[in-house]
Design a protein around this ligand. Structure first.
Ligand code: ADA
Length: 562
C-alpha cells in the first residue's frame, strides 16, 4: 500500500505487490523485455531491494523485474509505482510507457488496457554518478529495487489526479483539486468537497479536452480541532468528480518563524528530533509497515517530537504514521554533499527541481511535515564563479519551493559554518556539526563558541542543529569513554544537548542518528562493521547507552515550561 489509507477507495484496483521475477543483467545484454530469455530469473518480493539477496549484497547495476497480473476492468488504467531505486524504465505488454529517475518519489502512467492478463516489466538501474540525484558515494547504502508498492487502478476519462488541502487555525479550508480530462472533447461534471462525511460545497466544472486543470474548493470547519504533537487531530477531505472519489487526510496547524523562534499554532516549540534513514539489514529501503510502526514507537519512546527523513522523501506510510503519532517531520531531497556546479547547473539542478516538485506534490497534505529542505552539506561556501552562479541558483530553488508551498519554512542543512555564503536565504538556519567527534574545535571554537558565533552571524533566525552525534559500537564499553565506545557516544550527546539548551537561538536538534545503517562499500574501512555506528539503537533497533541518555534529556526538555 502507498499509505495507511486508500486515497482512491472507489476505484477498481489491483495491487502488484508480491512475487515478481528478477533477472540480474550485469553485462546489460537486454534492451527490451523480448531479450529477457538471455538472463537467469529468480523470485523476488516487491516491495524489496535486491541487495538483501545473499549473492547480490553489493550489486549496483541493471536488473529487470517482470510479473503477470489480471486486470478485470477494461478502459483507462493508472499504473502507480511508489518508488524505484533509482532509474526505472517501464513496459506494459511490450509497450514502452516511459522512464523515471529518482528513487524516493512515486510516478505513474495512464494507459488503456483490455480486461485479461497483462505483463509488466521494469528495468532498474541503481548506479550513481556525478550527474545523478543522489550522487555516487553518499553515506548510505545505494540499495536497488522496486522499493515501494505498485498498484494498477481503473480511471475514467475524467478523474481526480491529486488534491492539495490547506487549512488555517480558524477552520478555513481550501482544496486545490487537480482534475484530468483524457478525452479531446471538453467535459462538464459535478465536483464536490466533503469533510469527515459532511458535504461542504458542490459545483459544476468544465475541463478542457486533454487538460489537467486546478479547481479550488473552499469550506469552513466549525469548532476546528487543531493538529499538534500533543493532539494530532486529523480530518478527511473527500473530493468527488462525478463518480470518481479522492480522499485526502489533512490537519489544521500553522508553522511560522518569528525571530529566533519556531511557532507551531502560535506556540514556541523546541525540536527534540532524530535523524532516521529508511534502512534495515533484512529489508534495505523497503521496510514493511509493521517495522515502520515499530520505529515510530521507539522514536516516541525517546520523547522525540520530530524526525528528519535523512536526506530523501520518505515512504507515504511512514508519513501517515507520523501524522497520526503527532511526530513533526523534516522533509528533504537527496542533494547530498553536491559541489557548487552540481547545485547550480544542469543536469543535477534540474533533477533537484524535479524531485522537489514531486515531493511537495505527493506529500503536501501531511501536517507532520514542517519544513522543506533543499540539500545537505553542499558547497554553499563556494564563491560565484563564471557560469556557476550559486547565489542565483540557490535563490531560484528557494523561489520554486516557496511557489509550490508557501505554508512551510524552506531551508538547507549546512556544515560550512561561518564560511557558508547562502545560509541567509534559508528561513531556518540548519547546521550539521560534529565538534567532539570528527574535530575537537573549528577555528579555535568549541561547540559552545561555535553556536554563539553562528547565532551572532544569523541574529534574527532560529537555529536547528540538524546533525550532531558520535559513533558507538554496540557492546563496546570503555572507562573512561574512548571514541567508539557506547560511553563516549552517550556522554558526547549529553554534553552537546546541554550546550544547545544554553543558547536561546537554538530551537532544537536532530540526533545523528536513530539507528545504525549500512554504508556504501567504498566507506567500509572507515565504518566499523561496514555500518554507520552513530545510531541510538543498532541496526536491529537494540538500544545503546545513548538511547537512555537522550530519552531522559528529551523528557526534561518536554517538561520544560518556557
Ligand atoms: C554528515 C551527513 C550524514 C552522515 C554523517 C556522518 O553529516 O549529512 O549523512 O554521513 O555526516 O555520519 O558522518
Amino acid at each position: 500500500m502507498l499509505g495507511l489509507y486508500d486515497r482512491t477507495p472507489k476505484r477498481a484496483k489491483v495491487t502488484l505487490d508480491g512475487w515478481w521475477e528478477l533477472c540480474i543483467d550485469r553485462e546489460e545484454l537486454c534492451e527490451t523485455p523480448a531479450d529477457l530469455d538471455r538472463l537467469q530469473a529468480r523470485r523476488a518480493w516487491v516491495p524489496g531491494c535486491w541487495n538483501t539477496e545473499l549473492d547480490l549484497q553489493d550489486y549496483q547495476g541493471v536488473a529487470w523485474y517482470r510479473r503477470l497480473f489480471e486486470c478485470d476492468f477494461p478502459g483507462q488504467a493508472r499504473l502507480v509505482l511508489g518508488a524505484v531505486a533509482d532509474l526505472a524504465q517501464v513496459w506494459l505488454d511490450d509497450q514502452y510507457l516511459g522512464e523515471h529517475e529518482g528513487g524516493f518519489t512515486a510516478f505513474e502512467f495512464v494507459t488503456s488496457v483490455q480486461a485479461g492478463i497483462h505483463e509488466l516489466v521494469v528495468r532498474v538501474d541503481n548506479r550513481h554518478s556525478e550527474t545523478t540525484l543522489p550522487k555516487e558515494g553518499v553515506d548510505w547504502f545505494p540499495y536497488g529495487g522496486i522499493t515501494r508498492s505498485v498498484i494498477c487502478e481503473q480511471v475514467g476519462a475524467a478523474f481526480v489526479r491529486n488534491v492539495h488541502v490547506r487549512g488555517d487555525l480558524q477552520g478555513q479550508v481550501e482544496a486545490q483539486v487537480y482534475v484530468q480530462n483524457l478525452d479531446q472533447a471538453p467535459v462538464t461534471l459535478p465536483l464536490s468537497l466533503s469533510i469527515d462525511g459532511v458535504l461542504c460545497v458542490e459545483e459544476t466544472v468544465t475541463i478542457a479536452g486533454g487538460e489537467c486543470q486546478v479547481e479550488t474548493l473552499r469550506a469552513r470547519i466549525a469548532g476546528p480541532r487543531l493538529w499538534s504533537p500533543e493532539q494530532p487531530n486529523m480530518y478527511t477531505a473527500t473530493v468527488r468528480l462525478a463518480e470518481d472519489e479522492h480522499q485526502a487526510r489533512f490537519g489544521l496547524r500553522e508553522i511560522r518563524v518569528r525571530g529566533v523562534d519556531i511557532l507551531l499554532n502560535g506556540e514556541k516549540i523546541w525540536i527534540r528530533g532524530v535523524n532516521r534513514h529508511e534502512d534495515h539489514p533484512d529489508w534495505g529501503f523497503a521496510l514493511p509497515p509493521k517495522l515502520m510502526g515499530r520505529d515510530i514507537d521507539i522514536i516516541r519512546g525517546l520523547n522525540c517530537n520530530a524526525v528528519r527523513g535523512s536526506h530523501y522523501p520518505n515512504h507515504p506510510t511512514f508519513l501517515d504514521m507520523c501524522d497520526e503519532a503527532g511526530l513533526l517531520f523534516f522533509a528533504e531531497i537527496p542533494a547530498w554533499q553536491y559541489s557548487a556546479a552540481q547545485l547550480a547547473t544542469s543536469p543535477t539542478y534540474d533533477k533537484m527541481a524535479q524531485t522537489l516538485r514531486e515531493m511537495v506534490d505527493q506529500q503536501h497534505n501531511h501536517p507532520c511535515i514542517f519544513t522543506w529542505c533543499l540539500h545537505n552539506e553542499c558547497r554553499t561556501d563556494a564563491e560565484d564563479e563564471g557560469d556557476v552562479d550559486l547565489t542565483a541558483a540557490t535563490s531560484k530553488l528557494f523561489a520554486l519551493a516557496r511557489s509550490l508551498d508557501d505554508t512551510r519554512p524552506v531551508t538547507f542543512a549546512s556544515d560550512k559554518y561561518w564560511r557558508d555564503r547562502q545560509l541567509h536565504q534559508a528561513d531556518v538556519i540548519c547546521l550539521n556539526e560534529y565538534i567532539g567527534w570528527y574535530v575537537d574545535e573549528l577555528d579555535g571554537a568549541d561547540f559552545e563558541a561555535y553556536l554563539r558565533r553562528m547565532a551572532e552571524r544569523h541574529p534574527d533566525k532560529p537555529i536547528l542543529i540538524t546533525e550532531f552525534g558520535a559513533g558507538g559500537i554496540p557492546g563496546y564499553h570503555s572507562m573512561p569513554g574512548l571514541k567508539w565506545s557506547e560511553e563516549y557516544q552517550a556522554q558526547h550527546l549529553k554534553r552537546s544537548i546541554e550546550t544547545m539548551l544554553e543558547n536561546d537561538h537554538v530551537s532544537g536538534c536532530f540526533v545523528w542518528q536513530y539507528c545504525d545503517i549500512m554504508v556504501h562499500p567504498s566507506r567500509a574501512l572507515r565504518r566499523p562493521r561496514s555500518l554507520n555506528n552513530k545510531g541510538l539503537v543498532d541496526e536491529y533497533r537494540r538500544p545503546k547507552l545513548g538511547y537512555w541518555i537522550v530519552k531522559e534529556l528529551y523528557a526534561k526538555i518536554a517538561g520544560r515550561t518556557d
